[in-house]
Design a protein around this ligand. Structure first.
Ligand SMILES: [Zn+2]
Ligand SMILES: [Zn+2]
Length: 86
């Protein structure tokens, strides 16, 4: 039994997110974890304290993804709800 992120596991390939700035379709750049070294400084500035591997990540069953907009260059972190696999 586990929780799986649909984006990480390719179950939701047609899911799209729209840029809050220009409404164009954003590109999933992968899990935030994969960018952790690069983003740790940014996260601290952003007020996020769970820098040590997101301890609440599994309990909340959300997978943080970095989304980038190829049109205007905006970048956001989107929490993706994971689903339960018995
Ligand atoms: Zn994911
Ligand atoms: Zn944009």
């Amino acid at each position: 039994m586990s929780y799986m992120c649909p984006l990480c596991n390719g179950f939701d390939a047609n899911r799209t997110f729209h840029c809050p700035t220009c409404s164009e379709v954003m590109v999933d750049s992968g899990r935030l974890m994969d960018y952790f070294d690069d983003y740790s400084a940014y996260l601290e500035i952003d007020g996020m304290k769970k820098v040590d591997g997101f301890p609440d990540d599994t309990s909340s069953h959300q997978c943080p993804h970095v989304l980038t907009c190829p049109t205007c260059g905006s970048e956001i972190t989107q929490m993706i709800s994971e689903f339960y696999i018995p």
